[in-house]
Each structure stands twice: as C-alpha cells, then as structure tokens.
Design a protein. Structure first.
Length: 135
C-alpha cells in the first residue's frame, strides 16, 4: 500500500547503522520506492501487530476472538437451560423418565432438519420475488 503523493505532517528522525542503511537502500531500490516509503511500510506493519494499540489489526482480531468465545459460552448456557426445561416438561408430560442425552440428540437432529427446510423455503421465496429489470 503506497502513500505516494500524500503529505506527511509529522517528521521522525532515526539513526541507523551503516549496514542497516545499506540494506534499506537495497530494499528500496528493489521495490523502486524511496527509503522513506519502505520505512513507512515497515512501521505500518509493526504498528498493526501491536495488540495493545486500539484499532490495530491484532487488537481487533483478539477482541473479536474474545467476543466469539463469550458468545459461545452464552450459547452453551442457553442450550443447557433449554435442555433442562425440555427434559423436565417431557418427563412431566409423558409421566416417565427420559434420558437427557437422547433428548438433546433428538432436538439437534430435528433442528438440523428444520434448518434445511427453512433455508430451502427462504431460497424459494427469494427466487419467486425476483423482478425483471425495467425496460
């Protein structure tokens, strides 16, 4: 990502060794860019990897991962509560003991089947509502 033509209002001075300057010169020549642009690119990549910098890619990735983990825990608790409620209601209605594992397996199987039917229904509704573009 090149920022050629952009203005950079902030100036930063860095002292480097001769070997670092020679290597930077080689990289810049190989990329057909100014040394300053190569340094800006390297600095951008470094900053994007800093998770403690809010707005960096790594911070976003970690924050997103934590949020997904939290939602998974909430879903697990919700599933457990629903299973317990379903188990209690089923035993009361049937007036017999029911295996909670079998009840969960049956609920999952029916949920998967229902998902397939709902997906097919949505696709058919979308297809039937397509209109022709105006002439």
């Amino acid at each position: 990502m090149s920022d050629r033509g952009k203005e950079y209002p902030q100036r930063l001075s860095v002292q480097v060794t001769k070997a670092m300057d020679d290597r930077l010169e080689q990289v810049a020549r190989g990329r057909d860019e100014a040394k300053a642009e190569v340094v800006r690119t390297a600095l951008r990549a470094f900053l994007d990897e800093q998770e403690d910098v809010i707005g960096s890619r790594k911070h976003f990735t970690k924050a997103f991962g934590r949020r997904v983990d939290h939602i998974e825990r909430l879903l697990s608790v919700t599933l457990w509560l629903n299973l317990q409620t379903l188990h209690l209601l089923s035993e009361r209605l049937r007036k017999e003991s029911i295996d909670a594992g079998a009840l969960l397996a049956e609920a999952i199987s029916e949920g998967v089947d229902l998902h397939g039917m709902v997906s097919e229904w949505i696709e058919s509704e979308v297809a039937s509502q397509k209109t022709k573009p105006p002439a």
